[in-house]
Design a protein around this ligand. Structure first.
Ligand code: SAM
Length: 373
């Protein structure tokens, strides 16, 4: 099967690196999409273990289509009865970019009609109840090339299942995991988040350090495709459970000024099975006492989107810069939407990277400290 892993723009290299670490080669990387060859076991492995990806898709067909007839024929040709049963709940989604077939709604509707025509040949029925397991199919047109894919993930992979509570501006779990992967954070160094909100960075760090697969506790659409997929899920989940590192000593500190956020973060950490690994404290970051012990700080301070809040956010960046200047051995990673962050922080970043938290354009300011002796 041709498998496509999707991810946020800018995170391709991180996803590629993880895929290579997992033993995949022959990877084809294109804006937000990485393709590879795989089978049912790979679908399970990718969904359960990928930390920064969005979804895992199976490509069913790829052809040129500039008319609705070409689209219809290309979709009808796919052996849908191998995939869908008479009562499968199939949903067609769509997108079109720089293509003659630009009406996404029409493309969805043509695709659905072609699938139904194909299914009618075998199942000999006119009405499809769509009452059983879900299959999300996507018709995607990019520069007149049509790709028909089946989504194996269901909910996006950023939904790990543990975050039942969030604050006002939570960071996406897979973006948090990506930033941790980019950073010097490791189980051998103290980890600090001084603006933890719902606890995402601390929880993702704990999961990484304990080698807990990100998707270990959630459901995926592919589990209900057929028995072969279901067996692949069970076997991958079993080996993911065996890989958990229960023994390492890890040091994670997470604080926030808002007590109700800390309560939510504690609940989320409990859901994720890492409550014991994180020290949560309700405190203004200015009053947190830290040791100069090669800690890695990863934080997402307030954005200050609204006018009155901007000044407050800038004061926070300034005070954070003054605080962090006292630590010679720390490495810091700050994600914010501010283009002027370095000016307020008082220090030029070793590296600055553009990233998207959902639709919000942000920058990751990276300050590299020395390696631990
Ligand atoms: C953008 S949110 C962080 C979201 C977090 N990364 C998450 O995933 O939920 C910023 C956080 O900074 C906290 N905050 C604001 N002022 C603070 C201060 N002076 N000291 C510590 N935390 C503060 C807010 O309560 C809020 O939770």
């Amino acid at each position: 099967m041709k498998v496509i892993v999707t991810c946020a723009f800018g995170l391709e290299s991180l996803v590629k690196r993880q895929l290579m670490d997992m033993g995949y080669d022959n990877l084809n990387v294109n804006d937000g999409r990485i393709s590879l060859e795989g089978n049912e076991d790979d679908i399970a492995k990718l969904n359960i273990n990928l930390r920064c990806a969005d979804r895992v898709l199976i490509e069913l067909a790829n052809f040129k289509a500039v008319t609705f007839e070409e689209l219809f024929k290309g979709v009808e040709k796919i052996n849908w009865t191998e995939i869908l049963e008479a009562d499968s709940n199939f949903i067609v989604e769509g997108r079109s970019y720089k293509s003659k077939l630009f009406s996404v709604k029409d493309c969805q509707s043509i695709t659905e009609k072609a699938i139904i025509k194909n299914l009618q040949k075998k199942y000999k029925i006119d009405w499809f109840s769509k009452s059983k397991n879900r299959f999300r199919i996507e018709v995607s047109l990019v520069k007149d090339i049509c790709s028909i894919t089946l989504d194996t993930s269901g909910d996006g992979l950023h939904k790990r299942g543990y975050r039942t509570h969030t604050g006002l501006a939570p960071i996406r779990e897979n973006l948090a995991a990506g930033i941790i992967d980019l950073s010097f954070a490791s189980k051998n160094r103290p980890f600090v988040d001084l603006f933890c909100g719902s606890g995402t960075f601390a929880i993702e760090a704990a999961k990484k350090f304990r080698n807990i697969a990100p998707g270990i506790d959630r459901k995926f659409d592919f589990m209900d495709f057929n028995q072969k997929f279901n067996n692949a899920y069970k076997s991958e989940k079993k080996s993911a459970l065996q890989r958990i590192d229960y023994d390492s000593r890890i040091d994670i500190f997470a604080s926030d000024i808002d007590g109700s956020s800390i309560e939510k973060a504690i609940e989320n950490a409990e859901n994720a099975g890492v409550r014991e690994d994180i020290r949560f404290v309700t405190r203004d970051f200015r009053n947190v006492v830290l040791k100069d012990n090669y800690f890695v700080l990863i934080s997402n301070p307030p954005y200050g989107k609204r006018i009155g809040e901007r000044k407050e956010a800038e004061k926070i960046y300034e005070d954070l810069g003054i605080k962090m200047a006292k630590f010679n051995t720390a490495s810091e990673y700050i994600i914010t939407d501010s283009e002027d962050f370095e000016k307020f922080y008082g220090k030029k970043a070793s590296k600055n990277r553009k990233m998207y938290n959902g639709n919000m354009k942000c920058y990751l300011y990276q300050y590299y400290g020395p390696k631990p002796k």
